[in-house]
Design a binder for this molecule. Structure first.
Ligand code: HEC
Length: 106
């Protein structure tokens, strides 16, 4: 294989895997539906005493999730969130925050 083709393939791989490193709305939605939806409702619209979490800036949601993951108290019920933020990777947090920013329910 020529050097050119090989480096093109490497480049292609980097570009096509780019979405795997955050800002992946579909991955965020999938992750959201795994656990978060049980409390925060469809598309993060909130349910009962659980806060609405859609429509916020990506940076806001990210900083909240990072704080919960680090077990830093935010509100009176943070301990609930500690448990669910603990397993999240940086990438998952980025994807979730991106998904939640524009999440709409239909
Ligand atoms: C067991 C119910 C429950 C689950 C499951 C849950 N949450 Fe929460 N979430 C809460 C509660 C309760 C709060 C308010 C916590 C506090 O008082 O600090 C909260 C707060 C938040 C906030 C901050 C809201 C704000 O504006 O202050 C974000 C963001 C959030 N959750 C995202 C998520 C994501 C993403 C998931 C899935 C990985 C998730 N939550 C799973 C109950 C839950």
């Amino acid at each position: 294989m020529s050097k050119f083709i090989r480096s093109s393939l490497v480049l292609l791989f980097i570009i096509s895997s780019g979405t795997a490193f955050g800002n992946d709305i579909l991955a965020g939605e999938k992750r959201y539906k795994k656990t978060c939806i049980n409390c925060h409702g469809p598309a993060g619209k909130g349910a009962a005493s659980y806060p609405k979490i859609s429509g916020n800036d990506v940076s806001y949601t990210k900083s909240k999730l990072e704080a919960y993951r680090a077990r830093i108290k935010q509100g009176p019920n943070s301990s609930l969130m500690f448990m669910f933020a603990k397993p999240l990777s940086d990438e998952e947090i980025q994807n979730l925050a991106t998904y939640l920013k524009d999440a709409t329910y239909n």
